[in-house]
Design a protein around this ligand. Sequence first.
Ligand SMILES: CSC[C@@H](O)[C@@H](O)C(=O)COP(=O)(O)O
Length: 346
Amino acid sequence: MRPMKWENRRLKLVNQLLLPEQEQWIEYSDYNDVATAIKTMVVRGAPAIGATAAFGLALAALKYRNSAIDEFQSNFDNAADILAKTRPTAVNLFWAIERMKRVVNENREQCTVPELVEKLVREAENIAEEDIIINKSIGKHGGNLIPDNAQIYTHCNAGALATVDYGTALGVIRNAHEQGKNIHVYAGETRPFLQGSRLTTFELMKDNIPVTLVTDNMAGFLMKQGKVDCVIVGADRVAGNGDVANKIGTYSLSVLAKEHNIPFYVAAPISTIDLNIDHGDDIEIEERGVDEVIKIFDAYIAPKDAVAYHPAFDVTPNSNITAIITEKGIIKNPSLEAMKSFFNKI
Ligand SMILES: CSC[C@@H](O)[C@@H](O)C(=O)COP(=O)(O)O
């Protein structure tokens, strides 16, 4: 299931806050509303918010298509700033915004504003279409790492809903399933926002991929019981040394996997790798409102005035990662050197 549609020059997003109970599509014509959708997590997942921001900028370009070039650029840059301030951790957001800005900077001298607008719309469409191809390629590379009869543990939702389609971690799982391998997935519910229970189980069940939902604190016991053959997660940002920022709880899973000698895989597109950052400790970790911890949607699960803390992501050190699976190949035992040699080869 795709989380977004670009139809008649409008963006439609499925409201991921309501899934799986309700499939509500919201239409966007204003980039400010798109920024709010990213912030409130109507749309979420690193590649999905990148593509969404690109469409947000396409909407901004359409809005200002009758302006003179300088005014157009200033309004466009302002829209880019608004979209960039929505969520800080997933680098795909900034990567997509930069790609859109480059279209303006490289073409503003030789194009009219309407021509520029068309190029921007096309670039956003390209970002979205390429994402699907990239995910299928990640799936192909990663699918071969999954043995037949594997029991796979995944965290959060790195599926079709977190991308434009197919998914990264779930793309690997989908590929293994398409190869005819007999696999079974444990989906961790992913407190506090429940992307695992609401979205991952929903996606896998729709595809008839056997899945069992577990709460996050069950992972260690499952591993001890020998019920997990590998862990696969997505990523919001990979540092130049292969440290990985991903949904809060990923780090704990990696420690558990190491303790039990279970391979720990990260599936992510190259656009998630941030070579401007050498070390995971330098990745900005988003802190979200404590209401998301104190409540589950509208229901309080703690005293209303309880003190709570909500880092939305954590960082897994490269030493806990068996391999990073990208669309261009696999980086085994990631380190600064392994990452450098991979980028020299591709
Ligand atoms: C292919 S999505 C990879 C990551 O973005 C995913 O694992 C994740 O952490 C999503 O976090 P979210 O807060 O739901 O946007």
